[in-house]
Ligand binder design. Sequence first.
Ligand SMILES: [Mn+2]
Length: 197
Amino acid sequence: MAEAKITRKSKETDIELLVRFPGTGQSKINTGVGFLDHMLTLFSKHSGMDIELDAKGDLEVDAHHTVEDVGICLGKACTQLFPDIEKRNRFGHAVVPMDEALSEVAIDLSGRPYLHFSADLPRVKLGTFDIELTEEFFRAFSNHFKITLHIILRYGKNTHHCIEAIFKACARALAQSLEENTNYARYGSSTKGMIDS
Ligand SMILES: [Mn+2]
């Protein structure tokens, strides 16, 4: 089991993060933003990564800095944990329903950051979590893990369900992309012979 530890302190947030892979289904998450804790707990479970996270952010402003900086730290942790993408599936895809909502996510552990985020969501809050922070979280994550990440919400009515379907699909697609591939272990997953920017 490999682990990565990230400590990040700024004037806006103070974050300690430990990620283990392959995980045991355990997570201990406290960001002060209840909905984000809920999303990261299920992200941990479905991605196969154990996440221990303690984040203290400037919630008196709003949840923006906390959500974004947690995404940055998670991306950095994954970069540390997976230096051997050539041996893994590299691509991952998942379509995940959450009751009436359906989300599709495709991932390429490409070494190049790119986020496509297509979700028609109302600009509401779930607890202290602004819905538009979902995109900010995944942008920070894809920028710092340097992956190509396409997120599409196909449909859905309940905003909580929609966001949950997105996080679950992302976790499942990520788990697939991270699986070790015996063929690629022999000859690599890139025709260039390397994965980089
Ligand atoms: Mn839920």
